[in-house]
Design a protein around this ligand. Sequence first.
Ligand code: GUN
Length: 295
Amino acid sequence: MSAIRLDGREIAAQMREEMGREVAHLAQEHMLRPGLAVVLVGENPASQSYVRSKTQACQELGMHSVQLDFPASLSTEALLGTIAELNADESIHGILVQLPLPGQDEERVLNAVSPEKDVDGLHPVNLGRLLRGEEGFWPCTPHGVLQILQRSDVEVAGKHAVVVGRSPLVGRPVANLLAQKMEGGNATVTLCHTGTHDLSYFTRQADILVVAAGQPRAITDEMVKEGAVVIDVGVNRIEDATRERGWRLVGDVDYAAVRKKARAITPVPNGVGPMTITMLLYNTIEAAKRLGGVQ
Ligand code: GUN
């Protein structure tokens, strides 16, 4: 058996087409142009690449976008000042501070973003709303994972979903969303992490396996049940002398081996990655509509 490839690029393209129409409608009917500010501190090459993709995706949809670049030496206080200005800027509906920050106080910075502009969904208010099943902003990667499952007609309700990784950015919110009593949720969820004994005991039980462990190719074929749906959130740069740039991207799942056993699997790159950016655009449009009083 060879798995169906869950192509995040295709799903993202389909969603972006829908959102492009919505952006045009908001401009024509409501004189509203959703605006996103992306803040990058320091010169981490992976972060620079993510931020470029986010800003570019915004522009492609006809949205307003601002990218603010600061040196790694920026003080937490100065960064908080910038966030306060963006909170007050009426042309900006979404604010994203690219993580990790090179030394600034991440908690204070994330807490300073207005929850109504927190399109990253990382403010405690939005994570609290998520936990309570209230309307807010869901973090982009977990939201993207749910969209891939839903738009690929993967049945989630009543299935056993196993999540590997408990980060506040991905593992914890995605486990919570999959368990929620809602469309696209209602799974029985097991959350595994670095403290889990005998990880493969759990992963082998998964009907749906979501891996956000941050470990290149940590999930091998013997850890996966025949016919499982596998979502690989990992993005790892590994050395590759055959490439001119000297590296390539791999996920947290051994794709070549696991695809022979799974029913469906996301590749890396072009799986979850394009969906993360798409859900950021989605949240920014939602933020603009809510702040602009359009529904
Ligand atoms: N760094 C890696 N992923 C993310 C994300 O989803 N949001 C932010 N702000 N930083 C990240």
